[in-house]
Design a protein around this ligand. Structure first.
Ligand SMILES: [Zn+2]
Length: 399
């Protein structure tokens, strides 16, 4: 099959006007100018007309479990109050509700042009009941705050449930809910099984207050549920994360948030030679009114920065187009092309799929979407402005 479009945005060099992509089965075979492509390729021609053809989008941080919590939780006074509020909502849900919620989330993400997702689930036992319609990295979200002595058992159980999946990983939830043992155990498994890891880190001011000062609403809340607090009052979340994890394992980590960083944290990052990946969720960030995300500083230190939607308990929909626009409002100096990288090339790298996904290049997976593209403005600007459902998508070579 030869797919022709007004512009092919390959993310692998400049956009190709009057471009075409050759697909065989689930792979991209060739890409270039339509007049050249058609002279040395046979096959059915699909002409998309006045559209930009681009790689399918990849959501680097998402919790489809909570799709059904859209608009259920208004912004709260404190992050600890928000945790209490989501726990109260979760208590009303059954396993069937979660399965429905995850399925609805997949359908919505796909409508918005997402072909790949790093999805954290607190219910790995439900995963076998769901056939995901897009490429999914299932991350088991792990918490041992009420039973730190069971860290290994918790990891092993998740492992058993997720190993049959094609793509999976482990997600110790956060430093305040997962023990250092749990983090270390996840890293061991990751090294052994060659899987990615993800966690929430330095998200809120309260998390900083908890670990640096041993005070604040999150500290008080966790103390009240009898979390051991001997790791509080000694350092920053990032400092603790770096000392809890091994330097060699850092490239496996996809770190969500990283909003709260002190000067001493930047010094640590400068000294550390290995880099993890970072996910920023602009609209969830707005909802919580977190501290400004240090995009420029992290970028200049060489971090691979991706965008994610987070869950609908703190966002209004699963559109990565809307996420790009929110990022652009926050950082108007960043080019639309660089922003599009954050939901294509960069998350593919974070998931160790840089040779398979995120670009239109021969040998890559045939995950493509099309967005209307006319005379007004450049293709990247028009892609960022797109605010409807995707009308044409190819996933693993299939329409
Ligand atoms: Zn999250």
């Amino acid at each position: 099959m030869i797919v022709r479009a007004r512009t092919v945005v390959t993310m692998d060099g400049p956009p190709i006007d009057n471009g075409a992509v050759v697909i065989r089965e689930h792979q991209i075979l060739d890409v270039g100018r339509f007049d050249e492509i058609k002279t040395h390729n046979a096959g059915e021609i699909v002409d998309l007309g006045e559209q930009a053809l681009l790689p399918g989008l990849i959501n680097a941080h998402c919790h489809l479990d909570y799709t059904c919590l859209r608009s259920k939780i208004p912004p709260q006074k404190s992050f600890a109050d928000w945790i209490r509020a989501i726990n109260a909502e979760k208590a009303k849900l059954s396993a069937e509700d979660y399965v429905r919620s995850i399925r609805e989330g997949f359908a919505e993400a796909k409508r918005f042009g997402t072909t790949g997702v790093a999805n954290l689930t607190a219910f790995p036992e439900l995963v076998s009941q769901i056939s995901s319609p897009i490429r999914t990295w299932w991350f088991a979200e792990l918490i041992d705050v009420r039973a730190p002595e069971r860290a290994s058992e918790i990891v092993d159980h998740a492992l058993e449930l997720l190993e049959p999946m094609q793509n999976w990983g482990l997600a110790p939830h956060a430093l305040f809910t997962a023990s250092a043992d749990l983090y270390r155990r996840c890293e061991k498994v990751a090294q052994h099984k060659d899987i990615p890891l993800t966690t929430h880190l330095a998200e809120s001011r309260e998390e900083m207050q908890m670990f640096r000062d041993a005070s604040g609403p999150l500290y008080e809340f966790l103390k009240s549920i009898e979390r051991p607090i001997n790791d509080c009052g000694n350092g920053t979340p990032l400092g603790l994360f770096l000392s809890a994890t091994g330097d060699r394992a850092l490239p496996r980590w996809i770190v969500a948030h990283l909003n709260e960083l002190m000067e001493s944290d930047f010094e640590l990052l400068e000294r550390s030679k290995t880099r993890f990946h970072v996910v920023h969720s602009p609209r969830s960030h707005d909802y919580f009114k977190h501290s400004q995300f240090s995009f420029e500083r992290l970028r200049s230190l060489g971090f691979n920065i991706c965008l994610g939607t987070d869950s609908l308990a703190s966002n209004e929909n699963l559109s990565l187009f809307a996420e790009m626009r929110a990022f652009q409002r926050e950082f108007p100096g960043v080019s639309p092309e660089e922003i599009l990288k954050m939901i294509t090339v960069n998350p593919a790298t974070a998931l160790h799929q840089e040779n398979m996904m995120g670009r239109i290049r021969p040998g890559f997976c045939a995950d493509l979407i099309a967005v209307p593209c006319g005379d007004r403005g450049g293709p990247f600007e028009q892609i960022l402005g797109f605010d409807r459902s995707i009308a044409w998508m190819l996933l693993n070579g299939k329409m």
